[in-house]
Design a protein around this ligand. Structure first.
Ligand SMILES: [Cu+2]
Length: 123
């Protein structure tokens, strides 16, 4: 009997880990909306970044629209170290950041203190 319970608890735990991993991944990733010769994606800044991963098409001019809802000073800047971008985010305002999509790759962004992270994937 004890063994059965142990196995059930183990399976439940594995299920939970899979759900956590898969669910989180699914929620936090998004592709940009491509219209004619431009693409854009919205990122909500509220206790982190939603989505955390934005996929962009290579060669199509791109804009990321950051909207900060979070009142904490922690998230009041967004930094893209690869492109030398360091932009203040005013609360409840949309900050548009133009992204150079000429080179494919993965480019991380972070808050001003490097605590919260997001990523742009260009392909
Ligand atoms: Cu921070």
């Amino acid at each position: 009997m004890t063994q059965v319970v142990t196995i059930l608890v183990g399976l439940a735990l594995i299920g939970f880990i899979l759900w956590w991993f898969f669910g989180k991944h699914e929620v936090s990733s998004a592709a940009a909306t491509v219209t004619a010769d431009r693409q854009a994606a919205d990122v909500l800044v509220d206790g982190g970044y939603k989505p955390e991963v934005v996929t962009l098409k290579q060669g199509v001019p791109a804009t990321l629209r950051f909207t900060r809802k979070d009142p904490s000073a922690c998230l009041d800047r967004v930094v893209f170290p690869d492109w030398g971008i360091n932009r203040p985010l005013a609360q409840d305002k949309v900050e548009e950041i133009t992204i150079d999509t000429s080179k494919p790759g993965e480019y991380e962004w972070a808050c001003g203190m490097d605590m919260f992270h997001g990523k742009v994937i260009i392909k």
